[in-house]
Write a protein that binds this ligand. Structure first.
Ligand code: ADP
Ligand code: MG
Length: 290
């Protein structure tokens, strides 16, 4: 069993209608089955309202399934006795960095989680050191978080989660409020945590460019898993992705258009460098057997 496994998971939000008597049911997640292995970098893509956040909130028992089951490191999220262990296994990073900052100094902010967990003081500082180092924010440890850029704040938020030493980090659109520079910073940080520290990463986003390095991608639509595969398998299905209202990276779409017109390029091109290289090869006569 993977570190996060869901079987036929469904979740309904129920709210009262305007007459305050009838109930309105919103089926946010429907029959989702996923299996994420320790050490994987998994991306979850989907347009707004496709159920990504609702699914993410099941990964550390912020929400409990209406139907079906989710296990976090083998623990059923409905098991109340396992709640603390579940919260420590899967750390969450949310969209808005400002809502995640709790202290007036960066190092205190990062130490807040382990302190709450009852980690001994000396070890807290070791963890703070390691976490700030891992996200490249050591130089700012004495700064006020308010003075940081959005990307830096998110890196501090990630360090705060790291300091709790989770096996798995779930990031729910961590770059949605950042400028392109901040987005790159955060994605680079997350990739490094995955590769160097072996932390399982679940990155939720609607920016396709951010998921080209994922090991695997799930695409959600109307609460369901609509596609699953490697970036190559997913990004070659340009028309299907558009049906699911996702923006395909410009370079991938251009390559796809060229291929349709008979230019022999490989089936999935995800970055400019690769496209340029292949076009030069085509011009030189080294045609791909695509
Ligand atoms: P995403 O993160 O992909 O944008 P969400 O999981 O936030 O999607 O939402 C999935 C569906 O559930 C949407 O139709 C949304 O309107 C609905 N929804 C989300 N949160 C609530 C809530 N607190 N109450 C009622 N409906 C909700
Ligand atoms: Mg969301």
């Amino acid at each position: 069993m993977g570190i996060i496994k869901a079987e036929d998971l469904s979740y309904n939000y129920i709210k009262l209608g305007e007459d305050e008597k009838t109930e309105e049911v919103s089926e946010a997640v429907r029959n989702v089955s996923i299996d994420i292995h320790a050490g994987e970098f998994v991306a979850i893509l989907g347009h707004n309202g496709s159920g990504k956040s609702t699914l993410a909130k099941h990964m550390n028992a912020l929400l409990l399934p209406t139907e079906g089951t989710i296990w976090i490191d083998g623990r059923d999220s409905r098991d109340e006795d396992a709640l603390l262990a579940i919260r420590q296994t899967a750390g969450m990073v949310f969209q808005n960095p400002d809502n995640q900052i709790v202290a007036g100094v960066v190092e205190e902010d990062v130490g807040f989680g382990p302190e709450n967990m009852g980690v001994p003081t000396e070890e807290i500082w070791e963890r703070v050191d390691r976490s700030l180092e891992a996200v490249g924010m050591t130089a700012y440890r004495k700064s006020s978080p308010n003075r940081l850029s959005g990307g830096q704040k998110q890196r501090v938020a990630i360090a705060g989660v790291m300091a709790m030493e989770p096996k798995c980090i779930v990031l729910d659109e961590p770059t949605a409020m950042l400028d392109p520079g901040g987005r790159r910073e955060v994605i680079r940080t997350v990739r490094e945590l995955n590769r160097k520290k072996g932390i399982t990463v679940i990155l939720i986003t609607h920016y396709m460019e951010e998921v080209i390095h994922a090991d695997r991608i799930y695409v959600m639509d109307e609460g369901q898993v609509a596609m699953e595969g490697t970036p190559e398998e997913i990004f070659t299905q340009v028309e299907r992705l558009k049906e699911l209202r996702l923006d395909v990276p410009q370079v991938t779409e251009l390559a796809y258009g060229l291929r349709k017109r008979g230019v022999p390029l490989s089936p999935c091109i995800l970055d400019e460098e690769q496209l340029v290289k292949e076009i030069l090869e085509v011009r030189a006569g080294n045609v791909h057997n695509a």
